[in-house]
Structure formats: structure tokens, C-alpha cells
Design a protein around this ligand. Structure first.
Ligand code: ZN
Length: 475
């Protein structure tokens, strides 16, 4: 093997570039580095080649281009960010917006309304609904999502748009006995079908502690981990999942766990014990750094400690929580102050007015301030949550295919927001970032996924890249 075939040699001596697309803008937010004024992102072969100031970039590229190589510059007079990551959604429910528009007395009232429409649509075409939702996300600048799939036809929603992320197969409504006889077989069938569809990334979503008994919550993490799959759970969403004031069943005082084998969380609650749903799953060994949870509304100090200790991230979905009447908002201030891993999700249109994750980011800004979070870093924290934080909760923040960040070698997923930009002073830059966080929803004008311009609402002269990923999953 000559030195030039050696991967280590090649990594340190990149081949001359034949074609580079240079996206430039007055403000670039790499997330893994400081914001860049008059910045540029060089993209080639689906990856970021460099990010830096436009002037520096032109000098570097002059040295790195092949003879006759071409640089196509596309200038955007706004903000460039990594493609956004929506850390909790159900794309197949995009056709259930009528449920999301309703008004409900409590969570069960919302559930009943959901079930009525879901039953009616039971044999419906979930594929079109799911794909339509994925397209809405792309148009809003979202390039990756944690998408929960309940019906098999909806499984290729992310793949239909070339998006990144994970399609989590949802498992719900199993008791311990029928899980062993029926549930496992059904799971194997569905995961097998998803793998034959060649979906880019598949995970498992054990629904919630009130729709599954204990055994599935022991088995599913075990199965997922053997298959190198990640897990995503609705947890601490509803009032019944709250713990008591005394943390009687924590790791430190687990007598009640040793003395009794609880067949379900519901049984434990009926026995009068006040353990939270988070504590319950923790005792079962379901939690870990390959898990992220949706909502985390009813998480007290001990619950939040457990999540940090186990490396479990939370996808906050504040607009959904209001519509489904979860009974309170998430403790955003405490999560931020204590340093939990956080991301943002829209949930589905059955519990949210839109799939634009920036709408939830704006809501989180107001919630955090309303709850007394006063630190000056709020805008920066929220920008991290909607990009790198989401990537981290999906396990996609490191490695060769990493997303949620703009740095050399990362996957070239980009969004182009049309907020007013002021880079004349440091305060002007801070104000621009705050405007993006609070009023950026609806302003995305172009989206790049893996280097392909997949959405262009007048941002650039260039046509969208047409080599179709739309049918990629159905060769
Ligand atoms: Zn959900």
C-alpha cells in the first residue's frame, strides 16, 4: 500500500477540490464555534469543507481547488444555521390537524378526541400524510427529526425528503402476558419490514408507562441495544406520572423495589406509592445515554437528577403541552440552570399548530423568562437546543456523518433564515440572534440537506437539486 492509499495520509492531505458551492451570508452560526460575521460555508460532495469568514475562505480555496475547479457562490442576505433538528414528532399524524385545533378539558379529553379521528382514519393513507409533514419540516429549515412511526406505511417519511434522523417504531398497549406471546412477534415483524425498506435509521419507541407494563420496558431497551438502535419514550408528560414530594423509591431508598415486583407503573400507583414515572423506568434499567424522552413536564428535582445521571436528554414540546392539557409547563428554568441535555420538538399536528420547531423555541424563550431564568445566554442555549442538542439526543452529534453543526467534515445540512441582520456591533449581533430565536419561525427561505439544495423559496438563482431522493426508499 502506498502512502496515498492510507486513510490517515488522505485525511491529512485532502485531494484538490473540483467543485465547491460557497454559501455566504452576513452572519453564520456554526454552533460548534463562534458566530461568524461576513461568513461563508464551503460545501462539496455533501460535506462542509470549511466554515469561516468569506475573505479567509477565498484565500484557502484558491490553494485547495483543482486546476479548472469551479466555485459557485450563493449569497444569502440573512443568517445561515445548521439545519434544525426536531427532536419529537409523529409525521404520520400530519393529516390530524383537526385534533390539534380543538380545545380540551384535560389530557384524557384530548386522547379521546385523538382516538376518534385515528379510528376513523385507521385504513387511511398514512404514507401521504407522513411525507407531507416531512416536506413541511424541510420548508421550515428542519433537516433531521425524531419521528415516531405507529403505522408501517408512514415509516419512510424522513427518507422521502432525504432527511436525517431516526424513524422510531412505536410499541404500545401491551400487558406483560400478551407482550411475551404476541408483542415480541409483532415487533420483530415490523422492524424486519422497516429494515427491508432500507430506511436510513430505525429506532424503537416504547410509548409510555401508562400504555405498557413492566416487561416490555425491560425487553425493548435490551432488544434495541442489541440491534444498535436508539430509544425514544413519552415520559413525564401527564399528571399521573408525577412523583410525590418525598422521593421514597429513589436509588437511595429502594426497599419498596426489593420487596415487590411491580407488574406496571399503574399497579405501583394504585398501591399508593408515589414514585414518578421517571423513577419507575430508571429502576427497570430502561434509561441510558441511548434514550431521549419527549416532554419531561412532570419532572421534579430528583427526576431531573436521574435524567442527568443516566445521560437522558429531554425533547421539550411546549406548544403541544398546552393543547393536550398536560397540566403544567415543563420546568424550563430548572432544566437550564441544572444543565440537563435539552432539545426541542413540535410533536405532531394532532397536538400542535405547526411543524416549525422555531415556534416552540420562541415559546420556550418566553417560558424560561417567565419562570425567572435571567441569564444572558438564553438565546445561545436555545440555538444549541434546536441544532446540536437535537443531534445529541439522536446520537448524531459526533462521527463522520454528524449533524446539528457547521464545521469541516460535518454533513452539509443548512438553513437560511430571512431575519434582519445587524452585525455592526456586538449588541447588534446579540439582537440578531434573539430575533432569530423569537421571530425566526416562517422565515426560512432555503434548505440544504447533505449538500443538496432541496428547498429554495427565492433565496438563490439556482434551481433545487433534482436528482430525486423522493423515491430513494422504493428502488
Ligand atoms: Zn408525541
Amino acid at each position: 500500500m502506498s502512502a496515498h492509499d492510507d486513510p490517515l495520509y488522505r485525511a491529512a492531505h485532502p485531494a484538490p477540490l473540483r467543485q465547491v458551492t460557497l454559501y455566504s451570508a452576513p452572519l453564520v452560526i456554526p454552533v460548534t464555534g463562534p458566530v461568524i460575521v461576513d461568513g461563508a460555508v464551503a460545501v462539496s460532495a455533501g460535506r462542509v469543507v470549511h466554515v469561516g469568514t468569506r475573505r479567509w475562505m477565498l484565500g484557502v480555496l484558491a490553494d485547495e481547488m483543482a486546476a479548472g475547479g469551479r466555485i459557485d457562490e450563493r449569497h444569502w442576505d440573512g443568517v445561515i444555521t445548521p439545519g434544525l433538528v426536531n427532536a419529537h414528532t409523529h409525521l404520520q399524524y400530519t393529516c390530524m390537524a383537526e385534533v390539534g385545533r380543538g380545545r380540551y378539558a384535560d389530557f384524557h379529553d384530548w386522547e379521546r378526541a385523538f382516538d376518534v379521528v385515528y379510528e376513523r382514519l385507521g385504513a387511511g393513507d398514512w404514507k401521504d400524510s407522513a411525507r407531507a409533514g416531512a416536506r413541511m419540516m424541510v420548508e421550515a429549515g428542519t433537516t433531521a427529526a425524531a419521528d415516531i412511526v405507529t403505522d408501517p406505511q408512514a415509516a419512510d417519511a424522513l427518507a422521502s425528503q432525504g432527511m436525517h434522523g431516526i424513524a422510531y417504531w412505536e410499541v404500545m398497549n401491551w400487558r406483560n402476558d400478551d407482550w411475551k406471546t404476541e408483542g415480541v412477534r409483532e415487533l420483530v415483524n415490523h422492524l424486519g419490514a422497516m429494515s427491508r425498506e432500507r430506511l436510513p435509521s430505525v429506532g424503537i419507541s416504547p410509548h409510555a408507562p401508562y400504555t405498557l407494563e413492566s416487561t416490555p420496558f425491560v425487553d425493548l431497551p435490551d432488544i434495541a441495544r442489541q440491534l444498535d438502535m436508539r430509544l425514544h419514550i413519552h415520559l413525564a408528560e401527564t399528571p399521573m406520572e408525577a412523583g410525590g414530594d418525598e422521593d421514597t423509591l429513589t436509588t437511595y431508598s429502594a426497599a419498596a423495589w426489593r420487596d415487590s415486583h411491580w407488574s406496571s407503573y399503574t399497579e405501583l400507583k394504585r398501591a399508593g406509592l408515589r414514585a414518578s414515572a421517571i423513577q419507575f423506568l430508571d429502576q427497570l434499567g430502561s434509561l441510558g445515554p441511548d434514550v431521549h424522552i419527549a416532554h419531561g413536564v412532570w419532572a421534579n428535582a430528583e427526576d431531573r437528577r436521574i435524567l442527568r445521571q443516566r445521560g437522558v436528554g429531554v425533547a421539550l414540546c411546549p406548544r403541544s403541552n398546552r393543547i393536550t392539557v398536560t397540566g403544567r409547563d415543563a420546568p424550563v428554568r430548572e432544566y437550564l440552570e441544572e444543565g440537563n441535555l435539552l432539545a426541542v420538538g413540535t410533536d405532531s399536528l394532532s397536538s400542535s399548530p405547526s411543524l416549525d420547531v422555531l415556534e416552540d423555541v420562541a415559546t420556550l424563550y418566553d417560558l424560561a423568562r417567565g419562570q425567572g431564568y435571567a441569564a444572558a445566554d438564553l438565546t445561545h442555549r436555545l440555538i444549541r437546543m434546536m441544532t446540536l442538542g437535537g443531534a445529541q439526543e439522536l446520537g448524531m452529534h459526533v462521527g463522520a456523518g454528524r449533524i446539528g453543526q457547521i464545521n469541516a467534515g460535518a454533513t452539509a445540512d443548512l438553513a437560511f433564515f430571512g431575519v434582519p441582520v445587524d452585525v455592526a456591533t456586538p449588541q447588534g449581533i446579540e439582537d440578531t440572534l434573539t430575533t432569530l430565536v423569537r421571530h425566526g419561525a416562517g422565515t426560512n427561505r432555503a434548505t440544504v440537506i447533505a449538500g443538496r439544495l432541496v428547498y429554495n423559496d427565492g433565496a438563490f438563482e439556482a434551481p433545487v437539486d433534482t436528482d430525486s431522493t423522493t423515491e430513494r426508499s422504493t428502488p
